[in-house]
Ligand binder design. Sequence first.
Ligand code: G6P
Length: 607
Amino acid sequence: MCGIIGMIGKTSVVPSILEGLRRLEYRGYDSAGIAVLNQGTTDRRRAAGKIAKLENELRKKPLDGNTGIGHTRWATHGVPNVVNAHPHVSGAVSVVHNGIIENHKQLREELVSLGFAMETETDTEVAAHLVKYYHDQGLTPEKIMRAIIDRLSGAYALVIMIADYPGMLMAARKSSPLAIGFGNNAMFVGSDALALAPMTRRISYLEDGDWTIVNQDSLTIYNSKNVQVERPVSLTEVSGALIGKGKYRHFMDKEIHEQPEVIGYTLSAFYDPNLNCMKIPKVAFNPGLLPKLTIVAAGTSYYAGMIAKYWLEGLARLPVEVDIASEFRYRNSVLPDGGAALFISQSGESLDTLMALRHAREKGQHIISLINVDESTIARESDVVLKTLAGPEISVASTKAYTTQLAALLCLAVDWAQKRNVLDKKKAFEIMDELSRLPTALAKVLADKERWNACAHELAGARDVIYLGRGLNFPTALEGALKLKELSYIHAEGYAAGEMKHGPIALLDEGMPVVMVAPYDEWFDKTASNLKEALARGGRVVLLSDKEGIERLDDKPAWVFEMPKVNPMVSPILYALPVQLLAYYIALEKGTDVDQPRNLAKSVTVE
Ligand code: G6P
C-alpha cells in the first residue's frame, strides 16, 4: 500500500511533507522517510515504525530543502526496518513508491550485472537504480520516464527526484492512485487529496498509465501512449482540517459513537420520511429487468455485501452473487448481458476491488459503487455512485463505514423491491420506518456500553473465540470475529450457527468462548439449539439477543446482553455495535494498538 507525497516549494518543504505523511498514515505505518534536495545534494531521514518515530529523527537531525519526497510504508518486499524504508536513493536519484513492481527480480539481476549494489530487500530499489542508469546515459527526464515505464511491470505510483534537477519531480501511476496539487508558489504530488488538502484544494487526478514532469510553475502530463494530455483540475471537497479524537481515547471509540448520527445522515440521503419516498440515484437500467447483481468487496465491506444479498434476494427477489474482490477475476463467473455489478468500499481505493470493477466493466456490466470517499478511484470509475455519509473513518478497523453501508444497502433493496413490483408500499414503509428509528436504538446500546468491560476482561485471556449467527446475522458473526482478530490478535472464527455441528464443535471445550448473535427472529429456535449444544460442551457463551429471545431460553449462558427489540430485517445494523464494542474493550484489556493494529492498513492498494 504505502502513502507517498512530493512537494516543490519556495521555502522548506519538510513541514508540509510531514503533515501529508501524517494524513497518509492510514495507508501504512511500518516505517517512514523523507528526502530533500539541498544545494545540489540529497539529504534523507528514515525511521522504522510510525511517523512519530520519523518526527523524532527529524528533531534530532533536521532536514531542509525546497524540493522533497516522503513515504509511509506498508511492507510488501522486505521487513519493516530503516534500510528498507523509502525514499530509496541511488546516487543523485531518490524514489518513493506505492505498489508492487512484479518484475523486480529480473531487473535486480540485470542491474547487479551492470554493477549496481543492492542494499535492500525491496522491489522499489530497482526503480531507483533504473532511473540512475538512464540518467547516467544522459537521458532527459522525459526520456528517463518513457524508458522506465517500458521496463517496469506491476502496480505503481512513483515519485522521483533527481539532485541535478532541483525544483522538479517526476511521477507515474499504474493502478495505484496519484494526485497533483496546485498550491501558491508550490506544487504537490500525493497518493490522495486527503494528504494534500491542508496545502491546497486544487487537485488534478492522474489517470491510469499517466506520467508527469512537475516543475515549480509548470506541469506536463503524458498518457500511457506518451501523448501529452490535460487532466481537469477540480476543487476537492476533502477538508484540510486536522481530524481529532475529541473527547475519545481512540478514533475507533469516537467512530463507534458517531454511528447513530452518521447512519441518520446516510438514511436521509436515500429516503425522505416526510414524503415516504426513496431517493436512490438513478441507474441506466431498469432494476425490474435486471437479471443478476454481482456484489464485490473486501474485508468488512465484503460482509456488508453478504448481508445485502439477503436483503436484495429476500425483498427484491433479485438474484445476487457476492464475491471477495481478490477472487472475483479468477473464477470466470457468469456475468449476464445487461447485468450490474456493485462494488462496496469505504476508501474507494482497495486495489482488489478496483481491479474487479475493471474486470466487470470489460464484461459489459453496469458499474455501481457504494463508497465513503467520493473522490476515490472506484467512485471516479463507476457509472453510478451511492455515497455513505460516514465522514472520515480514521481507525483502521471499519465501524461506522460498515453500518452506513448497511443502511444504504437496505434502502437500495427496498427501492429495487418496489421497482420490481415485489414489495408493496405499506411493507416498504414499515421497513423504512424501522430504519429511521434505528439511530435511537443504536444510541441506547452505546449509552450502556460499560457493561462490556467485565465480559471483555474475561474474554481477553482467551486463545480462540467462536462467533455464531444465522441468516442475516451470519455475516455479523463473521464481522465480529474479524473485528476481534484485527484489534486484539486473538484467533477468532465466525460460522453460520447451523454449521457448528459440521466441524467447529470439535473445538469446543470447557471455557471456550462462543459469541452468539441471535436476535429473536424466525430462525431463533434453531440458533437456541446450537446454543444448547455449546453449553452442553462447557462453552462459555456470550449471548446477544433481545428480551423475547432471552426469555425463551431455559439454560442461561454465562453472559447475556439484552439488546433493544428491532425488526429482524434491520438487526444486522444494530448487532454490529456489540461485536464492535466487545472487540474494542478486549483490545483495551490487552493493551493493543486499537487504531493502528499491527500489520494492517486502512486502504489496501496492492493485490
Ligand atoms: C482493509 C481494512 C478493512 C477494510 C478493507 C476493505 O483490510 O483494514 O477495515 O474493511 O480493507 O476496505 P475498503 O476501503 O475497500 O472498504
